[in-house]
Ligand binder design. Structure first.
Ligand code: HEM
Length: 360
């Protein structure tokens, strides 16, 4: 997304913050309070596209409660901070290896920011070492980084591999809870099991990649910032502020109105779609003082991870990944300056981040 969209958001908020976009046939929500309201009222604003004539989909990000909760609860224990803490030394090892391999001409996105989360997810899932490259390639197709006729081949390969892993009845880890998942009196079928893995790939990769590059952008744009990052509290506040200021997901396009309703006095009709602009809510002056300034705030109730029942399950994993990445960049580089001529920004309005990033 380009920075000028922040001006568009501000204008939208100043004009009430709720706009009907005829071209996309969708309500766009820009203020903090209204975004939060939509996310918290999942009884009216469903995540299931079927309410707007779409198909339901297999993963729980598109389900409503109580079904959503049943599916989410199967893997939720693996994303508790206590469980994630067990992974920090593995995350550090992965980061250390990647950062040591960078040189002056390396693209930081391709060689570090993409690699860290995909390797962490492989580790979390216990993908065997020899299949990591294929897993990475499969992820690239799933998240849309790659799009060609080879998808069929690699997709079949990975589905065979993963089915093989499940059939061996993994004893520990997240694969075992997915394998033993039991809902509505029956075991999950193989499509549902693979659906979980795809959801973790979609949810956990590009988002974390962009958080990492966005932190580097802040450091590059603010020469003095590095001097403030000398304790855990400051590092924590820096990561949270990056999530607020440059939210990796700028809007969630998937809420669907289940019954006629009203929001801030505006009538909305059953079957209409709603887009929730997290990136705008996070710049709302009614919630944040000086919202267009990057400040190491002690109180920062941004909604970059969403809110309510679908709030990001992976946030406890994204945070240590970001922390380790930041500490490593601060350790290995005494100067972080992006070469803006060589680096390329992602122009997709849904995300904030870089396609490639090179240092001067
Ligand atoms: C900076 C990194 C991340 C950001 C900004 C982010 C953002 C979000 C947001 C906004 C949602 C809410 C979606 C909704 O309400 O419909 C969400 C949900 C989700 N995220 Fe993340 N995410 C991040 C990292 C991760 C990671 C590391 C994982 C897993 C490895 C992950 C897995 C998920 C899943 C499975 C959901 C669906 C939750 C549900 O529907 O109950 N995310 N994420």
């Amino acid at each position: 997304m380009l920075d000028e969209n922040f001006d568009y958001y501000k204008n939208a908020r100043d004009n009430g913050g709720i706009i009907y976009n005829r071209e996309n046939n969708c309500w766009e929500i820009y203020t903090y309070d209204a975004c939060k309201y939509v996310l918290m009222h999942d009884d009216i604003f469903s995540s299931n596209p079927k309410y707007a004539g779409g198909t339901s989909g297999l993963s729980f990000i598109n389900m409503d409660n109580p079904e959503h909760k049943d599916y989410r609860n199967i893997i939720a224990p693996y994303f508790m901070p206590t469980k994630i803490n067990e992974m920090t030394s593995e995350i550090s090892d992965i980061s250390d290896k990647l950062i040591r391999n960078l040189n002056h001409d390396s693209d930081i996105v391709g060689n570090y920011a993409v690699e860290l989360p995909v390797n962490v997810i492989s580790q979390l899932l216990g993908i065997p070492e020899e299949d990591r490259t294929k897993f990475k390639e499969w992820s690239d197709y799933i998240i849309g980084n790659k799009n060609d006729e080879n998808f069929g081949l690699i997709n079949n390969y990975m589905i065979r591999k993963l089915s093989g892993l499940f059939s061996k009845n993994p004893e520990n880890g997240i694969m075992s809870v997915i394998n033993n998942g039991y809902i509505n009196n029956k075991n999950l079928n193989i499509n549902e099991k693979i659906g979980y893995i795809m959801l973790l790939i979609i949810g956990g990769n590009e988002t974390t990649t962009n958080l990492i590059t966005n932190m580097l952008k802040v450091l590059s744009d603010n020469d003095d910032m590095i001097n403030n990052l000398n304790n855990d509290r400051a590092i924590h506040n820096f990561i949270e502020e990056t999530l607020r200021y440059y939210s990796p997901i700028q809007f969630l396009p998937h809420r669907f109105i289940k019954e006629d309703t009203e929001l801030n006095g505006i009538s909305m009709k059953k079957g209409q779609r709603v887009s929730v602009f997290l990136g705008s809510a996070n710049r709302d002056k009614n919630m944040f003082d000086n919202p267009d300034e990057f400040i190491l705030r002690d109180r920062n109730e941004h909604i970059a991870f969403g809110r309510g029942s679908h709030m990001c399950i992976g946030a406890p994993l994204a945070s240590p990944e970001a922390k380790i990445a930041l500490n490593d960049f601060l350790h290995y580089y005494n100067r972080i300056k992006i070469d803006h001529k060589k680096s390329v920004i992602l122009e997709n309005p849904m995300v904030y981040g870089y396609k490639t990033m090179f240092f001067e």
